[in-house]
Write a protein that binds this ligand. Structure first.
Ligand SMILES: [Fe+2]
Ligand SMILES: [Fe+2]
Length: 358
């Protein structure tokens, strides 16, 4: 017969037993079960906002102080204040501000962490990805996916600054980071300029001579701002959009309609004048960049006022809602998240706030 009787072992005997276990790299799960199997996620990351007024002067200062010989990449890391001893902005994603001074080139290399660039200031920069030289204009989204060769150059007279987004914390957790420098500083351009945009930029037309789904990431490396902005403007007056995100669009892989990379999904959202969203939370964490407009987000009950070019993060399973403070101008947020990873593992959950607002 089964029973639930307690043991009669004395405290002394138990302590002796636990001490002995340590010597064999063993430990009792029953003492930490509540830490291992919690009712719902509690992110180690905090909500945080980095203001452009603080970022810009420090990025430009790095341009003065640090030469290309001193840094493979001149990047100011946006580190979550609550995550110690890891390079992370949210639990699984990293973001940084990269600066390339006039006349400089950032050396060609490749790595297994995937990267995106959202261009903030540029008047003549380029990124070459696997021999395809791609122009960088403000508001463009540019991809350098897993193990693609990439280098960056600035042929203008002004510093170029963009927001980097990478899956470094996730790939480190999986112990799958590889890095390789290119044999020369700059890789040769082997494709016609901006060839991925020429081939895949329309979205509804696909070159038949290229295999449709050879890679897990998008074959389109540049999502130009003028197309993004035109789409938002065309849709905004005519749709309800999402109650939680306004007019939010996902950048897609034209071969699959899915996310741009297997580990990172990218979105752009317009909050129309005076629009405020309902609060929700989801297991994916998100990093936001304010493209234009002024407003605030409430994250875990904390109000964060934002202005153009600010960056803020919302940890996973944290309630958040957005408000466009202007009665006349739209606000636009770019964001990237780890939803593809969670979705593929059946771990993506979303919940509306029971009172709609925090
Ligand atoms: Fe890189
Ligand atoms: Fe959300």
């Amino acid at each position: 017969m089964l029973s639930n009787a307690s043991s009669e072992a004395t405290q002394e005997v138990l302590e002796e037993y636990y001490r002995e276990l340590e010597g064999f790299s063993l430990a009792p799960l029953w003492q930490v079960q509540e830490t291992a199997l919690i009712p719902e996620p509690v992110s180690k990351a905090s909500p945080y906002i980095w203001h452009w007024r603080d970022l810009e002067p420090r990025a430009l200062r790095a341009g003065e102080l640090i030469g290309t010989a001193d840094a493979e990449r001149r990047v100011l890391m946006l580190l979550n204040p609550s995550i110690k001893d890891r390079i992370a902005t949210t639990n699984s994603l990293f973001s940084g501000l990269q600066i390339v001074m006039p006349g400089e080139a950032a050396k060609a290399h490749r790595h297994t962490p995937s990267a995106l660039r959202f261009i903030i200031n540029s008047d003549g920069g380029y990124t070459t990805v696997n021999g395809d030289r791609i122009p960088m204009e403000p508001g463009d989204l540019i991809l350098t996916p897993n193990w693609t060769w990439h280098d960056h150059g600035n042929e203008s007279g002004e510093p170029i600054i963009w927001l980097d987004g990478l899956d470094i914390p996730l790939v480190h957790l999986l112990e799958a980071v590889f890095f390789e420098p290119y044999p020369e500083d700059v890789q040769p351009v082997t494709e016609p300029i901006d060839s991925s945009t020429a081939k895949y930029g329309v979205g509804t037309l696909r070159p038949t001579w290229e295999e449709g789904s050879k890679e897990s990431y998008s074959p389109l490396m540049r999502y130009p701002w003028d197309q993004t902005w035109a789409t938002l403007q065309r849709l905004a007056p005519n749709v309800d959009g999402s109650p939680f995100d306004g007019v939010m669009m996902e950048y897609t892989n034209p071969n699959t309609g899915g996310p741009v990379m297997p580990t990172i999904a990218c979105h752009v959202q317009m909050l129309r004048p005076g629009e405020s969203t309902k609060a929700h939370r989801h297991t994916n964490g998100t990093i936001y960049h304010v493209v234009q407009g002024q407003g605030h987000s409430v994250v875990q009950g904390q109000k964060m006022d934002w202005e153009p070019k600010d960056v803020f993060c919302v940890p996973g399973w944290t309630y958040h809602e957005h408000v466009n403070a202007s009665a006349t101008e739209p606000a636009v947020l770019f964001s990237f998240t780890d939803t593809p990873v969670l979705k593929s593992l059946s771990l993506l959950r979303e919940q509306a706030h029971p009172q709609d607002h925090q």
